[in-house]
Design a protein around this ligand. Structure first.
Ligand SMILES: Cc1ncc(CO)c(N)n1
Length: 233
């Protein structure tokens, strides 16, 4: 089994969990609240900016011109994002939502993506990033296959723009690069890379969960501070 097949096999339970998440169920039932949608769009735009940064570092740290060109092209596609699709999903002012502040799960997930940059190793940097791409490709296939996301669904335009072979090919291409970079690496190194990949898959679930519940730093503070006024001992 190739390294990427191993990653994907072990990631299946996380993908199943994403499919079963309240957020995804609400997309399929077309009853996601506008608050959850606004939160998701704002946070995903922040996530997308970190994807830009990660891909820029993949260009910088890759040792092959062919890989660098490929990453540069994919980064250009990423930046070609159809703003209209996101604008159509939310009633919020674009400038406000485009500059949303990162809430806790977005912060943790994006810092998980940024952390391997310090290694300067494209294998480490690519693994945690590709996990998110892979989950999205699989989720989009799943949503499309249900045939339940109709034209009146806020995710219709989003699904329409991402479904099909192009996005799948991007993910498959990244998996091939991972396999090539994994050759001759120590087991300890590969174990760390795998852990990072699976952790991104886990954080995908938390990203949807946080969106469904619109979890903020304020919520976290309130949770932590609740009860702190009681006398100790
Ligand atoms: C949270 C998240 N993960 C993955 C993707 C796909 O790139 C995305 N747009 N957002």
């Amino acid at each position: 089994m190739s390294f990427s097949q191993e990653l994907i096999t072990e990631a299946q339970p996380y993908l199943e969990a994403v499919k079963h998440s309240d957020f995804v169920k609400a997309i399929l039932a077309n009853n996601l609240s506008s608050e959850a949608l606004d939160y998701y769009v704002g946070q995903d735009l922040q996530y997308g900016d970190i994807e830009t940064k990660v891909q820029a570092y993949l260009i910088i740290y890759s040792k092959r011109f062919a890989d660098q060109r490929n990453f540069a092209e994919l980064l250009s596609n990423h930046l070609g994002i159809d703003e209209a699709v996101f604008k159509g999903m939310t009633s919020q002012n674009w400038d406000t939502i485009r500059t949303a502040k990162m809430e806790p799960v977005t912060y943790i997930y994006t810092h998980h993506l940024l952390d391997p940059i310090k290694t300067g190793d494209p294998l480490n940097i690519l693994a945690s990033f590709e996990a998110g791409v892979w989950v999205y490709v699989e989720l989009i296939k799943y949503l499309d296959d249900t045939g339940k996301v109709a034209a009146d669904n806020p995710f219709y335009g989003w699904l329409d723009s991402l479904k099909g072979d192009d996005y799948q090919n991007v993910s498959d291409g990244f998996l091939k690069v991972l396999d090539r970079l994994a050759v001759k690496q120590s087991q300890a190194h590969l174990d760390k890379v795998k852990q990072d990949f699976l952790r991104s898959c886990l954080l995908e679930w938390y990203f949807f969960d946080a969106s469904f519940k619109q979890i903020t730093w304020g919520d976290w503070s309130r949770n932590a501070l609740e009860g702190s006024r009681e006398e100790l001992l």
